[in-house]
Design a protein around this ligand. Structure first.
Ligand code: SIN
Length: 280
């Protein structure tokens, strides 16, 4: 197994590994690489939905997936599809976010497998939220350490959300009433690495606890822009047979809508996570 970092701070490409034949030592090496690089882009796989589910179970078991409809025989495998003849250039996940932070226990990891990809475009960008936390001043760290943020699915999947109108070949069901909100610490301690991460995102984080959305907006905007500074980001260029695993406890990601007129098909699963913990 060969591990090549994609950048100085986030992401690694892995070759020479068969995910259908993982022994104890390669699983341990994969775990170490995951803790070090946060995003692993594993090339040259040949997976069926059943294989993807086996891997999902091996890595901790599936998380709950609301709003998105999975494959009939594998409901935890969500097809992320954009056909060549769609009207809108918008692709699923085309806004910086961390997966499902509106849940009480958001997914720890996400697995995304490329079935068909455009010749160019459709890359996914990732950002390192540990690095963003580390870059803050001591004063800002101290101010944020004790804050909680309110997370909600309202912008993407609430009654007024229009995301699903742009995604003609995905089955998305919006809430018919305002979705519940969830409080999570703004600075999250990673349960495996024990490192703090600046854990907000522009898609699901609505405001700070005990503040209005208007009061929260300037600081949320500043922090969200900091997280996606170029030096904290990497970019995964997909090929059919690439499986990327990312850590939702310390990263954001964003798909790019730059392949209009071309087909892209991915299969996505998540790994169940834990309740986010603040700095002790
Ligand atoms: C996602 O945000 O889960 C999908 C990202 C992608 O398709 O690149």
């Amino acid at each position: 197994m060969i591990i090549r970092p994609l950048t100085g701070l986030i992401g690694a490409e892995i070759t020479g590994l068969d995910l259908k034949n993982l022994d104890e030592s390669s699983l341990e090496a994969l775990d170490r690489a995951f803790a070090d690089h946060l995003v692993l882009c594993i090339r040259d796989q040949s997976l069926t939905p059943a294989d993807l589910m086996d891997l999902t179970h091996l890595l901790g078991g599936p998380g709950e997936t609301p709003y998105l409809t999975g494959l009939k025989e594998y409901p935890d495998v969500v097809p992320v599809i954009k056909e060549a003849d769609e009207n809108s250039p918008h692709t699923f996940g085309a806004g910086w976010h961390t997966d499902f932070t509106f849940q009480e226990r958001p997914p720890a990891k996400t697995l995304l497998y490329a079935v068909e990809t455009p010749d160019a475009g459709g890359d996914t960008l990732y950002a390192n939220m540990y690095a963003a936390y580390d870059a803050l001043s001591d004063g800002m760290k101290a101010a944020l350490n004790s804050l909680n943020a309110v997370h909600s699915a309202t912008r993407s999947y609430g009654p007024q959300a229009t995301l699903k109108n742009h995604l003609e070949h995905m089955t998305i069901t919006n809430d018919d009433r305002e979705p519940d909100t969830r409080l999570h610490p703004v600075i999250r301690m990673h349960p495996v690495t024990n490192r703090p991460a600046l854990w907000i995102n522009p898609t699901y984080t609505i405001r700070f606890e005990n503040m209005t959305a208007d009061e929260s907006e300037p600081l949320l905007n500043y922090l969200n822009q900091l997280i996606v500074s170029p030096q904290f980001c990497c970019r995964v260029r997909w090929q059919p047979g690439t499986l990327t695993i990312w850590d939702n406890r310390c990263t954001q990601h964003c798909a790019t809508s730059d392949y209009h007129g071309h087909r892209r098909e991915m299969w996505r699963t998540t790994i169940a996570g834990e309740t986010p913990m603040a700095i002790a």
